[in-house]
Design a protein around this ligand. Structure first.
Ligand code: SF4
Ligand code: SF4
Length: 466
């Protein structure tokens, strides 16, 4: 078979910008971004950071607004508690979230990556800013890294990495506040550490992970590790809105010379768009997997266009179809199909949430047991029961036989009080007068109450002589 020849136009796809020809890591020194889009991103970052840091402290019905306790499989999503019993609710929520992500990506490309992803927000807007403040812009950073270890270099590096460590520690605490809640997290401050060794170890481990991520891994978290980034190729299409270079307007690119009678395109080959790119790519090669849509190249190019008197927007938010034909269809048959699926999923989810009970009870006849005929003319069946609390609050349930009339006699004196997401189990006899039983197998209807509030209704069967 003939090997596929790659045209020189596509040859940039043969290599990964993060790795050099000799297989070593390409360490990027992006120039400090500035301009209108960067200003907008700074404002949005402040907004995002406020939301991120304030949300763990917001309580609704005495519980966190958001909690993702993967260790105990307890989740709270905007006040809705999802415990281990609600795996279907959790699965459906995740499924609808994924469909939403796909739909959002088809329409808006990697808008999330550039504006709201915590990796980009912290890397570009916090860690990179600390680096610029201590070591200076890209040229100075390069010089400092290649310089011998003088007192000044040691001081700058120590200051930078100490600040990185401190911010990593803060982010580790932030993450844990979403996993275990601020109340649990605050115990490490108010109580002796030896009572919270696992929690303390978690903070240390996450601090180390974040430090490694932001001090060393950086752009490779997006280009090598992140599955969302790697899925872009299959999610986006020619109508997706991305940061793109308008090659119809820009090509043929050519340097600008004074007094020149210019017949070339608007790209003046200044390479400013490449110099600011945190993932080291040339956006003029087209949409690439490495592009996190950070908008730095839009600002850099707009600044150059301004300087030479050309219209801004050579690099801008647009789609391939808009560049080629000037027309862009945001809502296509593909997006319509995803919208329908999403509406269906949300409808089912909404119904399940509204019709959900606070408890889930199972009551099965004890294995191998038969009915017992009592001397007082009643029949007894023996059952094992389990009651699960599907809320995050304490529930004190009582079980009642609705029909036919009869009594419940619990073995021992079980305490049915259920902790949040807790479970109680035991054995119970159901005793019914023989006269109330018409057939050998009777369907029983039972209810679970808390006080006067009915929490749940369920059924089981009762065996009696013919
Ligand atoms: S190509 Fe532009 S938008 Fe994409 S990562 Fe580089 S600078 Fe950011
Ligand atoms: S910044 Fe604009 S003009 Fe300069 S090389 Fe990039 S696309 Fe061309």
């Amino acid at each position: 078979m003939k090997p596929t020849t790659v045209t020189s136009e596509d040859s940039f796809r043969d290599h990964f910008s993060g790795v050099s020809e000799d297989g070593k890591r390409n360490w990027f020194y992006p120039q400090k971004p500035k301009g209108l889009w960067h200003h907008r991103r700074v404002l949005f970052t402040v907004f995002i950071l406020i939301i991120l840091f304030v949300t763990p402290f917001i309580k609704y019905n005495n519980q966190p607004l958001l909690l993702f306790n993967v260790l105990e499989r307890k989740f709270i999503i905007f006040g809705l508690f999802i415990g281990p019993q609600d795996y279907w609710l959790f699965g459906l929520t995740m499924l609808s979230f994924m469909v939403f992500i796909v739909l959002f990506t088809i329409i808006f490309g990697r808008l999330w990556c550039g504006w709201a992803c915590p990796q980009t927000v912290f890397m570009e807007m916090v860690f990179r800013k600390i680096e610029y403040a201590i070591e200076g812009d890209s040229g100075k950073q390069k010089l400092l890294n290649n310089a011998p270890w003088t007192g000044d270099k040691i001081l700058k590096k120590a200051a930078k990495y100490s600040a990185f460590l401190l911010v990593s520690f803060v982010i580790a605490n932030l993450l844990l506040s979403y996993v275990i809640g601020v109340d649990e997290l605050s115990k490490i401050v108010s109580e002796p550490i030896d009572q919270h060794v696992p929690l303390f170890s978690g903070i240390v481990i996450f601090t180390a992970v974040f430090y490694f991520n932001f001090a060393w891994l950086r752009d490779q978290a997006c280009t090598v590790v992140c599955p969302y980034g790697r899925l872009q190729g299959v999610l986006m299409d020619r109508n997706s809105i991305v940061v793109a270079y308008d090659y119809k307007r820009g090509e043929p690119r050519e340097k600008l010379h004074k007094g020149q009678d210019r017949n070339a395109g608007d790209c003046i080959s200044c390479f400013q768009c490449v110099a600011v790119c945190p993932t080291g790519i040339d956006i003029r090669n087209g949409t690439q997997m490495e592009c996190v849509n950070c908008t730095a190249c839009i600002d850099a190019c707009d600044t150059m266009m301004d300087k030479v008197g050309f219209d801004k927007g050579l690099i801008r938010y647009t789609s391939e179809n808009a560049i080629v034909s000037g027309v862009n269809k945001l809502i296509t048959n593909r997006t319509r199909a995803y919208i329908v699926v999403l509406i269906l999923l949300w409808s089912v989810l909404g119904y399940l949430v509204v019709s959900r009970n606070d408890t889930q009870t199972t009551l099965f006849r004890a294995p191998g047991s038969q009915y017992i005929e009592n001397k007082d003319g009643t029949i007894s069946n023996i059952y094992t029961f389990k009651i699960f609390n599907k809320t995050n609050k304490i529930v004190k349930p009582t079980i009642q036989l609705d029909s036919p009339k009869g009594t419940l006699l619990f073995a021992g004196k079980p305490d049915l009080t259920l902790d949040g997401a807790g479970m109680s189990e035991g054995t119970v006899f159901i005793i019914i007068p023989k006269s109330a039983l018409k057939t050998r197998k009777t369907k029983l209807q039972l209810s679970v109450f808390q006080g006067k509030e009915k929490l749940e209704t369920f059924e089981t069967t009762f065996m009696a002589p013919e």
